[in-house]
Design a binder for this molecule. Structure first.
Ligand code: FES
Length: 493
């Protein structure tokens, strides 16, 4: 009897995204049983996956590290070790699963043998053809349990999966169905945020109670002794704080996740300047760091208002991923208001700035795994960058096409980042296009060219970020090409 795996665990095992594996299921290449995939079916579809062959994982790791400055897909040898106590709990949990599988296999074998004996009682004077069929059936029944010899690839996947289960616990969230992994003794909250899931939280240190969740199954371990915010009734009902607990075994929890921008409250926080640098003569990058206990909750694609120490204020799209919410990045054009620009040039590392937000609903639906076509016009790239990083972090889309349309090639101010994504991530495709500023219809012509390249993408979602003067013509061209409103997302910020 083959082990059953969730789609996200199976995708991780063979080193592809969840969206890409879901596509294989939709195409009928792989069967899923009530949302799970059998290990032997997976091994048949990916026969070349080897325990030592981590090239796919390394490829993903390279992408994530280069693009997002952090690693989610690691070689087994690089994973943080769980504590001995956690390791013992996971070994026990796996042992229970193996004993249960052995028990089920024994029951099947008994049933096969009983059925086989009954077949032997059938009179031998049955018509020859029936007898032949019965003999063949009896033979199959007798050899079935022993004949399920695992292929090399299935054994490799089984071994890798077992090692991963020992090193990392899987968390399944109800009712949303999202899943993520916990490495070492990282808290459940930290791990969910790193996976890009906008789970509810506030202080991150056990004081506010906003990260409450209910344990449905599995074992958790308290890593911080702060749970006085919980009532005795909540504790006896298996309610716990995500920021103060890690998972000992695979767990199922019940908690709320922000599904839309209106689920995220307005916040006002003080952040520290980490770095201000020039990207090119038209654009600067401001990197901020928030305190661990007071981070900005936001969804990819949203914006925030910055107030500088001398009082100048302006709103900008957030250019970083919510999966790394202590490090926030903004792209600030040098032609911003003169007052803001001048005050910005005076700030130094470790200066304090105020952040208010988030704003806007140019966000992903992270239950939607349809392909994504992103169109950035001129210097409107920050929100698109955040969306791409979040989609990758969530392993969301089947694939992502980025079209960056500018007046000159030099205006692709993060061309190197986009190229490194395209090199490292086979589901990401990057295209640069230029338009003629002297011809008003030139942007429409470029959009039509994009549409001609994707005639088959009838389900793709479009995310467009453009300056206000070009939005109407872009939307008109996309609608004229037959893209319904439901698939069009325009950044209005
Ligand atoms: S986030 Fe405040 S108690 Fe966990």
């Amino acid at each position: 009897m083959s082990r059953l795996l969730s789609v996200s665990r199976a995708a991780r095992l063979v080193g592809i995204t969840r969206g890409a594996l879901q596509k294989r299921i939709r195409q009928g290449d792989l069967q899923s049983f009530e949302g799970d995939i059998s290990l032997d079916e997976l091994a048949k579809l990916f026969p070349d996956t080897q325990l030592e062959d981590t090239s796919m994982l390394e490829k993903m790791e390279q992408f994530i590290e280069s693009a997002l400055q952090r690693a989610r897909y690691k070689k087994l040898s690089d994973l943080t070790l769980p504590t001995p106590e956690t390791l013992v709990a996971r070994v026990r949990s796996l042992s229970r699963e193996i004993i249960s599988l052995q028990h089920t296999a024994t029951l099947y074998q008994d049933a096969f043998e009983r059925l086989s004996k009954q077949i032997q009682t059938i009179p031998l004077d049955s018509p020859e053809v029936t007898q032949t069929a019965l003999n063949a059936l009896q033979h199959r029944l007798l050899i079935k349990p022993a004949a399920h010899i695992h292929s090399d690839s299935e054994e490799n996947l089984f071994t890798t999966d077992t090692l991963l289960r020992l090193m990392m616990a899987q968390v399944h969230i109800q009712p949303s169905g999202e899943e993520f992994y916990i490495e070492g003794d990282t808290s459940i909250l930290e791990s969910a945020l790193s996976a890009g899931l906008p789970i509810n939280y506030g202080c991150s240190n056990g004081n506010c109670g906003k990260c409450k969740a209910k344990l449905i199954s599995g074992e958790i371990h308290q890593t911080r002794p702060h749970d006085y915010i919980l009532t005795n009734e909540e504790k006896s009902n298996q309610v716990f704080l995500g920021c103060c607990h890690t998972a000992k075994t695979d767990i199922i929890i019940e908690t709320e996740i922000a599904g839309q921008s209106s689920d995220i409250p307005q916040q006002s926080i003080t952040a520290q300047v980490k770095k201000l640098e020039s990207i090119n003569e038209h654009m600067q990058r401001l990197k901020l760091r928030t305190p661990r206990t007071q981070r900005l909750r936001f969804l990819a694609g949203q914006s925030a208002r910055i107030t500088l120490p001398d009082g100048a204020e302006a709103s900008f799209s957030i250019a970083s991923c919510p999966c790394d919410d202590m490090n926030i990045e903004f792209h600030i054009p040098t032609d911003i208001t003169a007052n803001f620009h001048q005050q910005l040039q005076k700030i130094r590392n470790a200066d304090k700035v105020e952040l208010k937000g988030p704003d806007g609903d140019f966000v992903l639906d992270y239950h939607d795994s349809r392909p994504l076509i992103m169109i950035a016009l001129d210097d409107q790239f920050a929100a698109i960058k955040s969306l791409i990083e979040h989609a990758v972090s969530l392993e969301l889309a089947e694939y992502i096409q980025l079209y960056w349309l500018t007046a000159t090639p030099a205006d692709h101010y993060m061309d190197n980042v986009c190229r490194s994504w395209a090199d490292a991530f086979e589901q990401f495709h990057y295209h640069v296009l230029t338009y003629d500023t002297q011809r008003s219809e030139s942007v429409t012509v470029a959009i039509n060219e994009i549409m001609q390249r994707h005639p088959a993408d009838e389900s793709a979602l479009y995310y467009i970020d453009a300056t206000p003067d070009k939005r109407a013509s872009i939307m008109a061209a996309l609608k004229a090409a037959g893209i319904e409103d439901e698939r069009l997302h325009l950044n209005q910020q």
